[in-house]
Ligand binder design. Structure first.
Ligand code: 4AD
Ligand code: MG
Length: 430
């Protein structure tokens, strides 16, 4: 009789196994009672009959509280009616700890209460499903880049460079020197491609986002590919391919979780390339035809992105933004100096921007000019400018936010549930 996981019960029908887990629920009907156990890989029911177990085991029922840790031994049987399709004829139960009264019950709780108890809330069925989808999304992302010839090279978290503007920098002291937590790994990716051609970095990034929205965390995970000899069009193709791969991966590998989340999977089945590509100016026209009174030159807010994406039946790519609202490193459109060769991919169903990126300025003198226009310290960018002195090439890349992507795949409203321990303006604990 060996240690087994609920997910593997199919391989053990007719055999005795031991399952280690936590009490999810129980039901009693006189001479028989049922223990619903969860072990992280699934849920299953143990049938505890008086004649099959020692008396002290049968008598455990009233004492077993939700979340008590137990090992349950028994014979595996196939049973379609049972949760997970199998059940155990229990022969023994070993209690590791009787849990205190669990604060999270089946009744509705407020968000603040659940977030304060995030360390316990993680165990709930829905949260478990969302975070499993997160893990699968990460696998899909890695699979996409690894199988397309990208080299994974991670970039530092302590940095002296502001990449995405100076307003959202987290500053810290670094042995007497001023340092920032990385907002993006992009600048380092740009060095790495000159050695490897196609690279990606994947890690946590930090932004002092002072607004409370359902789309912003202060610590979020981003995957950032960067490609040498790549223009804006090719870059959009890589982004589109990634999103299709993630949606398909979720449909193939997260069926159970998407069911728990009651996700309308037909929305994900529709995700197919090519995505419509529209310019910023066309997007502004869409907003204005829908009565939004949006002025050319402004940045889209979450509400604007929702209105734009509702015009399409799937993701949409918006490109060529006003240069004035974009980062210093973006290349200008040779056909119109006012425009930057940036692109955002908006997820459908109102999930907004999941990808942001574009073509980079690769001319040394133009870049120096931009650094100064943006009032960035030229000194800190000497190494970055070097890249334009030693064999500079046209290049592009983008960043995809993991939590926004996971929220969309799961169909959940707030991205704080798409990461185990979210960091937001008023949330550093747990
Ligand atoms: O558009 P962003 O700011 O682009 C960059 O950082 C580029 N340097 C990436 C690159 O080209 N290598 O951020 C990229 C993506 C957004 O589309 C969004 O999905 C996510 O990162 N993101 C956030 N997610 C959660 N909370 C925040 N505060 C986020 N800010 C950006
Ligand atoms: Mg962006």
């Amino acid at each position: 009789m060996g240690k087994t996981y609920i997910a593997d019960l199919a391989d053990h029908v007719g055999k005795e196994v031991i399952l280690n887990g936590w009490v999810y629920n129980k039901r009693s009907s006189g001479k028989i009672w049922f223990l619903i156990l969860r072990d992280g890989t699934g849920y299953t029911q143990g049938v505890v009959a008086q004649e099959n177990v020692p008396n002290e085991v049968f008598d455990l029922e009233p004492a077993l509280t939700q979340e008590s840790s137990v090992s349950m031994a028994g014979l595996v049987k196939k049973d379609k009616r049972s949760i997970g399709g199998y059940e155990l004829d229990v022969s023994n139960i070993k209690v590791h700890q009787i849990a205190e009264e669990y604060p999270i019950t089946k009744k509705e709780h407020g968000t603040a209460f659940l977030m304060d108890n995030r360390h316990l809330w993680l165990r709930s069925r829905k949260q478990n499903a969302v975070l499993k989808v997160r893990a699968e999304t990460v696998r899909a992302i890695r699979d996409y880049f690894d199988s397309n010839g990208f080299v994974n090279l991670d970039t530092p978290i302590f940095t002296a460079n502001a990449c995405e503007g100076t307003t959202t920098l987290f500053e810290t002291e670094y042995f007497g020197q001023k340092a920032f937590l990385a907002q993006s790994g992009q600048l380092y990716n740009e060095a790495n491609i000159m050695s490897f051609g196609k690279v990606y970095c994947f890690g946590p990034t930090f932004r002092a986002e002072k607004s409370k929205t359902r789309r912003h965390l202060t610590e979020f995970w981003m995957v950032e590919p960067e490609i040498a000899y790549c223009d804006l069009d090719e870059n959009m193709g890589w982004g589109e391919g990634l999103i299709c791969h993630i949606a398909e991966w979720a449909l193939n590998n997260c069926q159970e979780q998407l069911e728990v989340l009651e996700r309308d999977t037909s929305q994900l089945e529709k995700i197919k390339s090519p995505f419509p590509r529209i310019s910023y100016t066309e997007a502004v026209d869409i907003l204005n035809t829908k009565g939004e009174k949006f002025e050319w030159g402004g940045d889209f807010g979450g509400g604007d992105e929702t209105v734009i994406s509702e015009h399409f039946d799937g993701p949409v790519i918006v490109h060529r933004f006003p240069a004035a609202i974009k980062a210093f490193y973006m290349k200008r459109d040779p056909e119109n100096e006012k425009l930057a060769l940036g692109m955002d991919i908006l997820a459908p169903e109102g999930y907004g921007e999941v990808i942001g990126g574009g073509e980079r300025e690769h001319d040394h003198d133009t870049l120096v000019k931009r650094i100064n226009e943006h009032k960035l310290p030229e000194d800190a960018f000497q190494w970055y400018l070097d890249l334009r002195k030693y064999g500079t090439v046209p290049h592009s890349g983008f960043g995809l936010g993991v939590e926004r992507t996971v929220s969309w795949i799961c169909g959940i409203t707030h991205l704080r549930e798409a990461i185990p321990f979210p960091r937001m303006i008023y949330r550093l604990e747990p």
